[in-house]
Structure formats: C-alpha cells, structure tokens
Design a protein around this ligand. Structure first.
Ligand SMILES: C[S@@+](CC[C@H](N)C(=O)[O-])C[C@H]1O[C@@H](n2cnc3c(N)ncnc32)[C@H](O)[C@@H]1O
Length: 262
C-alpha cells in the first residue's frame, strides 16, 4: 500500500471507481487538451524525451504522449487504476503504485505532469508541498512541470451537482455535497456510485467519497516557491474549452500551471 500512515481517501475512492473510470470520464478529450497544452510547453523550451505522469490513473493522460513516441513512467496511488492502464499499454509504459505525497525519484524527466485533479486530492498545504517537492526531484535540469488545479467555479458547480447517466451497461451517479457558497480554500466532497444494468459488466460500486481541496492561485504560487519551483505561466481553462490569461476563478473551471526548478 502506498502512503502508509497518511489519509487514504483518494486511494479508496479510486480503487472503487476504477472499473468505470474511463466510462465516467468518456467526454474528456485529451487530444484536444494536448493541442492546447503542448504549444505552451514548447514555448517554454520543452525538449522531447521522458514524461513522468503523476496520478496517471488508467493512462488516459499519457496516451497521447505515448502515441508521440515519448518514454513514459506513470504512477498512481490506486493499483486498480493502474491495472486498467496496464490492460491498454502492456509493458510499453513503466507503471508504479506510488503516493505523490512521498514520490520516489524515478529519474530525470524533461516533463513531469499531474493532470486532471491529482493535486486537488492534496488536502492541506503540507501535502501540496510534499507533492511539489517530489515532482521537482524528478525534473531534469531544464525539465518542465505542469499540473492543473480546479477553480472555485468547479467546487461551487460540479461538486455541488447531482449527475446521473447510463453508459456501457452502467448507471453512474455523482452526488456533489458542496454548495454554491463554499469559500476559497475549502475541502469539497462528492459521492460516486455505479449500478450495473446488464449481466456480466461487473459488481455494484457502492458509494465512495471524493474529497478535494481548492487551492487559490496565491496558495499555489507560494507553495511553488517553497518547493524551489519558478512559475512560468498560469492559464485558466474555460467552458469554451480554450486557455485564457489571466486566470479567472469565477469564469474558468481549471487553472493550469507551468513551472521549472529554480
Ligand atoms: C481524476 S483522476 C486523473 C487520472 C489521469 N491523470 C487522467 O487524466 O485520466 C485523479 C488521479 O489522481 C490519483 N491520485 C489522487 N491522490 C493521489 C496521491 N496521493 N498519489 C498518487 N495519485 C493520486 C487518483 O488515484 C486518480 O487516478
């Protein structure tokens, strides 16, 4: 088990959701995201080579880089999520169970990223610092770090909504427990459950809690500095599926940070 002694909310939640994670997130279009993100990384001198995907889950976030010929190490706190990744990529990617709050040093990577929420599973500033320290230790001297952090708009919206839909033989239910009034920096919770509708798709997934913390811009910038990282750029990702500057916490649903070691 990764992260012995630390709260295991994320691990428990992802062990549960793993059988239907790809189905639940079927609308996520990583090729479109990379079409936006890669030029920004290249503008900051990205060199092709090795990617460390932290919180890689079932491999959706590294798939486009694998297709582009990158050598990839992926790690995640959930063995069940990695198992789904392994089914897709076999031995072509090194996949390791690891907690980003105590990330091993796997080598020197031209690019380290944590995409689609891993950073928000850090529930206080100490955990955020541990994650950023670990990612910095894996950077090559001119390597780039990129990660996203959900904005307050996401915690007042998606984490306050109930969403229910059917797909691939499952009914999936997301019950946000947050509210439109939560304060910046708060921890929000949502419950996920899935009910099989057809024989043979799998066992029912009983409700599990996703707990995420909102980190405002100034907290992330201060944490980057404490971890010996220089913030190169911050973008807001909007409902129009475009990147914007400056970040607007009330308009954009994700903040995207690009940094490098000082
Ligand atoms: C929304 S998923 C994103 C997965 C993948 N990056 C993607 O884009 O599909 C968030 C991932 O963060 C991982 N995660 C959360 N807390 C973590 C931790 N402390 N250490 C490593 N991974 C963590 C979860 O297990 C999950 O796979």
């Amino acid at each position: 088990m990764a992260g012995e002694g630390r709260p295991r909310w994320a691990e428990i939640a992802y062990e549960a959701i793993a059988p239907v994670y790809d189905e639940f997130t079927h609308e996520n279009d990583y090729e479109t995201w990379f079409g936006l993100l890669l030029p920004e990384l290249e503008r900051h001198g990205l060199r092709t080579g090795r990617l460390l995907d932290v919180g890689c889950g079932s491999g959706k976030s590294f798939a486009p880089m694998l297709a582009r010929g990158w050598s990839i190490v992926g790690c995640d706190v959930s063995a069940a999520m990695l198992k789904r990744g392994r089914e897709k990529v076999g031995d072509s990617v090194r996949l390791e169970v690891a907690d980003m709050r105590e990330l091993p040093t796997y080598g020197e990577f031209e690019l380290v990223w944590a995409l689609n929420d891993p950073v928000n599973y850090m529930l206080d500033e100490q955990e955020l610092d541990l994650a950023l320290d670990g990612m910095r230790r894996n950077l090559s001297p001119d390597g780039l770090l990129m990660f996203d952090a959900n904005t307050i708009l996401t915690y007042r919206g998606f984490f306050a909504e109930q969403i229910e839909f059917e797909r691939d033989g499952w009914r999936m239910i997301w019950r946000g427990r947050s509210s439109a009034e939560i304060e910046p920096g708060a921890v929000s919770e949502a419950e996920f459950e899935a009910v099989p509708l057809e024989e043979g798709v799998g066992e029912p997934i009983t409700p599990e809690l996703h707990r995420e913390r909102h980190f405002p811009l100034e907290q992330i910038l201060a944490a980057l500095e404490r971890s010996g990282l220089e913030c190169l750029d911050v973008f807001g990702y909007g409902v129009d599926e475009a990147m914007h500057q400056p970040l607007d916490e009330d308009e954009h649903y994700k903040a995207i940070y690009i940094a490098r070691a000082v």
